[in-house]
Design a protein around this ligand. Structure first.
Ligand SMILES: [Zn+2]
Length: 299
């Protein structure tokens, strides 16, 4: 009669040990397979230029843990990219920035809104009477997502990181221009000594409108995939970037990047990274000078 309770206690101990082992294994597997840091560790600022082909999709992980996607690229390749960067159970994003509703920027956002809970969408308000422009508006309006229209003068502070909106001059609600590149959202990211200019698809005419407000930068997201219509001498001389990031598809039909633009970047001494040659690109900063490396993701 005495042996019975002892056996029960022993079985409980075994189960406890098994539970602890399973928990440790799961936690270890997550720690090794994801790019996330431990919750109690200090985190750097990470900015990914995701290799999504001919389009733009950039993903920002803030030192305070917030996550922001800037454009979604064409198709839904961004979902595989986010799946590589985020732990498998993470289905929320704090913010999405839709710089302008052209298919190579917004079509992936539609897929992201299908799969992820997005807290806030930032946009200029400009619309597009195109299949992708209309699909984006429908998807956005069907969500409970908070939509915020921003323009020059607005500032988004996330911890110590500051995003200063430089363009367009005014919000664009109700505007459906035929060409939307020059009303795309442009902002300057600053974190300690690190600065990066997000130019979306703005061309020379718009660049002339915001270039003087930028100052010296570390990193330039090259405008409009390296097209000849963007990255003017005026912008380059006023911002003097150390590193230039170009997002574009391999052997694209537009002839991006234009050799003249590559030559300009070369002449100012900027180190060039291209998604068609380097794959995914990662900027990391702890508040000092940033490091930028080619960092191909698993998918
Ligand atoms: Zn584009």
């Amino acid at each position: 009669m005495r042996a019975k309770p002892r056996r029960i206690i022993f079985e409980k101990k075994q189960i406890m040990i098994l539970v602890v082992v399973v928990c440790l294994f799961s936690f270890g597997h997550w720690a090794l397979s994801s790019s996330q840091t431990w919750p109690f560790q200090e985190r750097p600022l990470n900015v990914w230029m995701l290799d999504v082909g001919q389009g733009d999709a950039l993903f920002i992980e803030f030192p305070t843990g917030e996550q922001m996607l800037v454009d979604g690229g064409p198709g839904d390749v961004v979902l595989a990219k986010l799946g590589s960067v985020l732990p498998p159970w993470d289905r929320t994003l704090d913010a999405v920035v839709a710089t302008h509703p052209d298919a190579d920027h917004v079509s992936g956002i539609i897929s992201v809104l299908d799969r992820y809970d997005v807290e806030t969408i930032y946009e200029s308000g400009v619309g597009a009477h195109t299949p992708f422009g209309e699909a984006y508006e429908q998807r956005r309006d069907a969500e409970s997502t908070h939509v915020v229209q921003i323009s020059r003068g607005d500032v988004i502070n996330i911890g110590e990181v500051r995003l200063t909106i430089l363009w367009p001059e005014e919000t664009q609600e109700g505007q459906y221009p035929e060409k939307r590149n020059n009303v795309s959202l442009v902002f300057l990211l600053e974190y300690g000594q690190t600065s990066m200019l997000f130019t979306a698809d703005t061309e020379e005419e718009a660049e002339d409108g915001y270039a003087a407000q930028v100052g010296d930068i570390d990193v330039l997201k090259v405008g409009h995939h390296g097209s000849l219509t963007s990255t003017s001498w005026n912008l380059l001389e006023l911002t003097d970037p150390e590193v230039a990031l170009i997002s574009l598809g391999k052997d694209n039909s537009y002839g991006h990047p234009h050799p003249v633009i590559l030559d300009r970047l070369d002449q100012i001494g900027a180190q060039i990274f291209r998604t068609d040659l380097d794959g995914d690109i990662l900027l990391t900063s702890w508040g000092g000078e940033p490091t930028v490396v080619a960092h191909p993701l698993l998918f």
